[in-house]
Ligand binder design. Sequence first.
Ligand code: DGT
Ligand code: CA
Ligand code: CA
Ligand code: ZN
Length: 579
Amino acid sequence: MARNEEVAGLLEEFADLLEAQDVEYKPRSYRRAAENVRAHSRAIEDLAAEGQDAVGEIDGVGDAISSKIVEYVETGEIEELEELRADLPVDMAALTSVEGVGPKTVGTLYEELGITDLDDLQAAAENEEIREVEGFGPKTEEKIRENIDFAREAHGRELLAEARPYGERIRDYLADVAAVDEVALAGSIRRWRATIGDVDVLVGSADDEAVVAAFTDWEAADTVIEAGTNKASLRTDGFRVDLRVVVTEEFGSALQYFTGSKDHNVAVRNRAIERDLKMNEYGTFDVSEVADADAGQRVGERVAGRTEESMYAALDLPWIPPELREDRGEVAAAAEGRLPDLLDEGDLRGDLHTHTEWSDGRNTVRELAEGAAAFGHDYLAITDHATGPGMVGGVGLSDDDLRDQLDEIRAVDESVDIDLVAGVEANVGADGSVSVADDVLADLDCVVASPHAALSGDGTERLLAAIDHPEVDILGHPTGRLLNQREGLDLDVATVAEAAAEEGVALEVNSDPRRLDLDGSAVKTAIEAGATVAVNTDAHQPGSLSYIRYGVHTARRGWAEAGDVLNARDADGVRDFLE
Ligand code: DGT
Ligand code: CA
Ligand code: CA
Ligand code: ZN
């Protein structure tokens, strides 16, 4: 598994530290390089092994950056980065997780007030020291103070899409270890929660010592936090990985237990008790003939434990997919034979929300179209930003620009191996108005309307107004939440979904790792209210099209079947919906 994510993270840290020191231009090029490294199809360590020139083949990676990447892969360190870290010894990640605090602010607040972490920041805000710093004022200070709590709550939880590759990498590594009979991810990462506390890995083996030794030997381990006989924890690039080793005969019961959620496990265990069964991480045991079922963990006759399927079967239940295990009625549904036939990654035929260099994307229409064709999509909607509230720095397209772009999309469509859908991402204003002229919207095939500013408080009326607009096809990232940064709009999802169903508007599951919006529980409510969802990436470059898997699993957390999903339809089906 490639280390591109890890290297991209370092380049971003580089950019933050440079920006904090008021260095111009360079931060931008480091960020651009980071994105391209992250999205690159080949493993960065393989390129580094071939030499600096091979690394320099990546778009936006010049000599200065490629030499640092090679240095890192070879030595595990970048000297210049270490120096920057020493110059600015702050918890950059924690501080910038406060909305309204960017790297520049961190630099200034360190210089002026010596602020290095969230505690310092909070104290300075409470003592009204920040408002005294040039360029700040009472309003900014108040905003920072308000946002600290949210950043703190989120602190320590990692984005699923950032953690998942490490989980898959350690899983694949352990699968090749001779002593390992079975290996699987467990916990929240297996349930595809939007953020995760740690990466849980479970192994079935007869030789736990050998497994723990292999685990702590993993090349990507930065530090070993602890190593016991049948458990161990390590840190890799900031992520905590917890390993548990169990005997293979009990792998299924341990996997069921450690996948959670706790609430799901309580519901399952209650069903076991009703059947005179004792169920725990060691197995399911028939305790009907046992005088004291609490006398030990493995009392009674073992009836299940080798596989997870056996654990559910012992309760007369079909296996329940991990995404459903949140105690949202899945045990009752399983018992009644009405578990959903969940959407699969392979069901999606296209992407209906993407950006090109016409707005803030990285690529031309043609490049993105070719990327989507190579990804395997049948169709692709190009939906660049329209101008409007929340679009800063001239990013959004005017009505005239949109008409010009429409011509280009139609022209490119003639010569690419994919069906292009001409669209726009319009802004939903605070009053629910849509930012593009009606006649332009009418000429486009697909109108995504998304809130981009004023993202707090109740947004129900606002979205209802947008749904009522006759040209709107999809509500993009409906709440506007940013994981670990802002909660976004409060929504009465059922009401919004009912209106959307009536007006033939789809609700988006935005697959951007920072968004995953709507989330699983909102998707479930929306589908129950009859709405159609669209699983889109909001990709700004071809490499991000693969983030669709996170949207798919988020939709699965909302019990979505292929029939509930707009872009699981073929191109004709989608055109019918859009018309
Ligand atoms: P996270 O890591 O905060 O994102 O959430 P989880 O769900 O991965 O939680 P974690 O890592 O503490 O534990 C993994 C699973 O182990 C959890 O989903 C359910 C199970 N588990 C852990 N502790 C308990 C417990 O005290 N009671 C029950 N019923 N299950 C537990
Ligand atoms: Ca966990
Ligand atoms: Ca854990
Ligand atoms: Zn977008």
